[in-house]
Write a protein of this length. Sequence first.
Lengths: 194, 194, 194, 194
Amino acid sequence: MKLKKEEKKRKIIDAAIKIFARNGYFNSRVSEIAKEAGVADGTIYIYFSSKEELLSAIFDEALQVFVEESKKLLEDIHDPIEKLKKIVFLHLKHLGANRDLAMVFQIEFRHNIVFMERLSKTRLADYFKIIEGVILEGQEKGLFKELNPRFCAKILFGIIDEMVTSWLIANKNYKLEKDADILVNTFVYGIAKK
Amino acid sequence: MKLKKEEKKRKIIDAAIKIFARNGYFNSRVSEIAKEAGVADGTIYIYFSSKEELLSAIFDEALQVFVEESKKLLEDIHDPIEKLKKIVFLHLKHLGANRDLAMVFQIEFRHNIVFMERLSKTRLADYFKIIEGVILEGQEKGLFKELNPRFCAKILFGIIDEMVTSWLIANKNYKLEKDADILVNTFVYGIAKK
Amino acid sequence: MKLKKEEKKRKIIDAAIKIFARNGYFNSRVSEIAKEAGVADGTIYIYFSSKEELLSAIFDEALQVFVEESKKLLEDIHDPIEKLKKIVFLHLKHLGANRDLAMVFQIEFRHNIVFMERLSKTRLADYFKIIEGVILEGQEKGLFKELNPRFCAKILFGIIDEMVTSWLIANKNYKLEKDADILVNTFVYGIAKK
Amino acid sequence: MKLKKEEKKRKIIDAAIKIFARNGYFNSRVSEIAKEAGVADGTIYIYFSSKEELLSAIFDEALQVFVEESKKLLEDIHDPIEKLKKIVFLHLKHLGANRDLAMVFQIEFRHNIVFMERLSKTRLADYFKIIEGVILEGQEKGLFKELNPRFCAKILFGIIDEMVTSWLIANKNYKLEKDADILVNTFVYGIAKK
DNA sequence: GATGAATGAGATTTCATTCAT
DNA sequence: TATGAATGAAATCTCATTCAT
């Protein structure tokens, strides 16, 4: 029974990702999502209180999975630079493996400032914390300069973010994660010679 | 007469920036923009064929101004790193001086993939060209590693972009451009010690 | 359930006939029709895809009812002239009994050539077929001259049509069908003496 | 000067006939007519007080020309039946020679009952008077049955009207006036044999 | 819980007409 | 007289959400 409920929620979220990715949030109809999920329009409102809530749920779920996986996989790595590479690799792999989800992340979540503010204060904050933690660790180990860790985290996030968006827009079939290492190297060592 | 027409167009664009920034594109009413601009609803459609066209016009105009100014100011600078600092400084100053415009740039232009594709193939491409040119110049002068210049340009743009967005979301009153130098230094020399 | 749906459709069509007749198609508001039908504006669009579609539906339904009734009542009559009288009588009675419907038929259906072309190739064609059939029958029985049956049908239709329109415009209370017999007699025997 | 004024009025009327015929009254824009006539939008309002007035003017002018020509040409004819043939011939020739005008007459003038009422009480009444006069003359000469002349006129008008409309809808290239004689013969002698 | 018909507020855009030049 | 930019009222249709079944 409980499982059935979870299943239905899953179906609705998956349908929403697909539809939002295809048409954009504002041009997606709740009834379309319902159809794609194989449920009645009204059913969606049993599981989610509104269309926007459904968008939030996608974000929450995906980021939670991602944060948890990152934490777990980082446990066995000790070199901060390797850790950064793993984080970036996971980020790119996750989104690269699911273009629809990537679309929703890069485009649909940026719709309005209120939404973004809320997001960046919740799940996204956890993600930034992880990156910041690694930076700090690197600094403590004497590997990184004494820059503001939050500042560094933003830079790294900005780089990854741009890579994903640019991959989406290019609409070519290259592997998104292929550049993870060079990306981190450039972030860590800069573009200047020597 | 011609002037008057240009003036009215100006007024409408300024009003649109203000209203879009305040409410977001989808939650802004054309009639609101008209009221703010001091014209009749229908007048807007004499100058812009649709609400979306109006959004495009904001982007085009702002980026054109920016690209032109950048080109001019770069002429007198010869060090590639200084050039990058100037570009970043200008980018941050421009948007930092006009929070409404920044809002429209960071949030409202990202509404849908089609819109973004179109934008990134037009004006934005010019901007990327400028950054790429500087990177290439640095490489030719033996200052920068032989990385893909487009890749480097994306990284830099991603960093700047994240700074702006994060400044918007933070909603604090720090000067956006204050970090231009350290940002470029980090980009150029990396976060690693030595 | 099914019945309820049909009922609601009925109500909307009846309301539309009334409102179209009163104000004309172009000066009728969908919201007015909704109000008259006792449903919400949006409900109309569940049953009809557009305002024009609603106009078409009125025509289709009314003509279908009329064609079916004509066919049935003609079965028991054998004299072609009597058949023509019956057709004309029915036509006049139907519209004479429902001034609103007559208004829509005579005025609102003639709005544009495209609409008329479409109509005349569908339901109206059936109606012409019936008249033509009777003319042909009369010719086969040696009662009528060997004129082109389609030409004769057009003449008869033109006469009836003008009677209805002129009755509408006159806005007097005479029974429209009272002239059915004399009308057919004139059509059949002409206005010339002997 | 006066001539120039008349010329401009002419141009506007001709443009209006063309545009109304092409798109229908409601789907024609005043600005389109202005463009076609080679004048500014506002200029139309110097000559006609409104869009509807312009439609009226077309009707008035065309019918006036027609009524006057009919009267003149009928003077030399003495046989009522020949007179009817001439009237019908002229009616069909006039509209047959100018498909755009025909379109406006058959379709655009029937838009709303108020308009039709007004028309039928003014210019159209003159036209009916002419037909009625011929019928009466035929009756006085003992050629026609003692039917109500107005009734007969309506019948004849209905027949002609249907012929024109059906010609328009058919959109074939046959000469509209070719059936004038047979049409009148059928009207006068009926469809019955002997 | 699930359904899907019904709701009704609401927004973009059009276009006849005006009027300052 | 002629112009055409500006006006602003107004209407179709959409669609998130509800709720009786």
